[in-house]
Design a protein around this ligand. Structure first.
Ligand SMILES: C[S@@+](CC[C@H](N)C(=O)[O-])C[C@H]1O[C@@H](n2cnc3c(N)ncnc32)[C@H](O)[C@@H]1O
Length: 281
């Protein structure tokens, strides 16, 4: 459970300005900020994101907005949970789009805050389209996407000279069918980062192996990245689905496939070497 504010659909018309039709008629249209909260650590919020949080009349927040960030919401600003967890959407996307439009048309400045970056598997494009179609002023504030934040906190550079000259973000989940060209992905020689891939770990492994990627290609699974309880599990392409089960990995988690994962150990060894030098000096 996040923030102290109510989080049910029924509780949505909670602002007095929303409940006062005359005030609503008099009000000029408000603005909507689609804000990226980053992957969890509140210190990764941008200055602009924090300004939007503090200027809003009402906040709508997602499942992936960390408790640490929810704790920064001003006490007097209504904050409503509109998150989605697998098979449980607290409010359907179309209704949410409408809600944002309505709230702005009632004259409220709205902070719609999401985990990571709104434009990376965040449905920010759909919300922006609905707002623009309705003639509502809207601005997207980018956030650090989890691929970037989690890999950095895990000591895994997404690209590295001589190891990976590119990085590809892939979703492991699709509303209907997942349309991925697996053999092209396997041949890319890029670091591959899978969002929402936990329940598809077996398919990801099998499809990349079938596409020609070596079984011993290093894989990192990063759970709760950029949060106090971040867990990094290192495995390889053949064995990582088993590691996901054995370690009881929970969402949110990212799967990083590629030789850059081996740099984590090298970077850690350097830390140990420096510590050993200091202790013997
Ligand atoms: C619906 S997508 C949203 C991505 C988000 N817009 C972003 O830019 O990071 C949700 C997926 O992002 C990944 N994710 C988001 N935050 C994460 C975190 N703190 N640690 C690990 N994975 C995370 C997980 O794969 C999760 O299933």
């Amino acid at each position: 459970m996040k923030h102290t504010a109510t989080n049910t659909k029924a509780a949505i018309p909670i602002n007095s300005r929303v409940n006062d039709p005359q005030a609503a008629l008099n009000a000029r249209s408000g603005k909507v900020w689609l804000v990226g909260a980053g992957p969890g650590d509140a210190e990764l919020l941008t200055v602009k994101a924090l300004r939007a949080i503090n200027s809003a009349d009402i906040i709508f927040y997602d499942q992936l907005v960390s408790e640490e960030i929810c704790a920064l919401f001003p006490k007097n600003t209504p904050a409503l949970y509109v998150g989605k967890v697998k098979n449980n959407h607290s409010i359907p996307q179309e209704d949410l789009n409408l809600l944002l439009v309505n709230q702005a048309q009632l004259g409220l400045n709205v902070c719609r805050i999401k985990g990571g970056d709104p434009f990376v598997f965040g449905r920010g494009g759909e919300e922006l389209l609905a707002l623009r179609r309705a003639g509502v002023e809207a601005e997207v504030i980018p956030g650090i996407t989890s691929a970037s934040g989690c890999s950095t906190y895990a000591d895994i550079p997404l690209t590295h000279r001589g190891i990976a000259q590119g990085c590809t973000f892939v979703t492991g989940h699709a509303e209907k069918t997942l349309d991925v060209n697996w053999s092209a992905l396997a041949q890319l020689n890029h670091t591959l980062v899978f969002y929402m891939g936990l329940t598809r770990a077996g398919d990801i492994s099998a499809n990349l192996l079938a596409g020609g990627l070596a079984a011993d290609t290093p894989v990192a699974i990063i759970e709760n990245g950029c949060r106090k309880d971040q867990r990094d599990i290192i495995s390889d392409l053949k064995n990582f689905p088993e590691a996901v089960l054995r370690e009881h990995v929970k969402s949110p988690a990212l799967i990083i496939v590629g030789h850059v994962v081996s740099l984590k150990e090298q970077l850690q060894v350097e830390v140990w070497m420096q510590e050993a030098k200091r202790m013997t000096a």
